[in-house]
Unconditional design. Sequence first.
Length: 283
Amino acid sequence: MGDTALEAVLRRDRAVVTAALAVIAVFAWAYVLWLAADMGSPVSGGEAGDVAGMDMASMNMGGMDMGAAVVPGFRAWASADFVFTFTMWAVMMVGMMTPSVAPMLLLYAGVGRKALADSRPIASTAWFFTGYLVVWVVFSIVATGAQWLLTRFALLDPAMAAHSAVLGGVILIAAGLYQWTPIKGVCLRQCQAPIAFLASHGGFRTTALGAFRLGMDHGAYCLGCCWALMALLFVGGVMNVLWIAGIAILVLLEKVVPAGQLIPRISGALMVAVGLRLGLSAL
């Protein structure tokens, strides 16, 4: 296969992967938007509006619709509540993290196509991506547990945001300080440089299990880089679409903008400042 033909194949391969990632992200975001819109729908005969503004006294606790089921903090959680909340978190993580892992997946797909042309095939990109997503699915289980714990102690309001300014300030300060930690820097560098990540982890894998584990390794670095930012969802509201989009954009900028540690340092300082102001204002 000549160089020109190979380049055309690589471009087509990248286009296929890009289209697949776009479809996954679109469906995930559509699900998040649908949930957010449903939370603003009438609840048990009440007036339509933002869940954060619902009158608790007017809620029919025995007949909640799906919008109320998203925030099952007003009663003991049933198994369905855990499943629904976990699904919400898992789909939201897919929507938020897929754009930021795209450079790594496109590199993998391009090298995979070239390796196949050279009769040295490597495992499918899908195995790598699956391993990556498994890490965020596990995180979604932890996040669901955290939401259950916070609602159990009445620390979240109906919009699934911190009920008090003090708690919101503490979360902001903690996330902001983490932005300056060495572990954040190490994880971010692995996410910013796909080639360096592959070089430090033995390169591509020829088996499906090997690619799956490599994807999990990359997902672990991504989790180490971003978990504190995801905790900010409990400040602005887990289903606050603008807040979700803002965090997703910050994650993407940290990974693709060639600014080293500048973006997390600036954002971290701002988080600490806002957190201090928020907490002090409530005292």
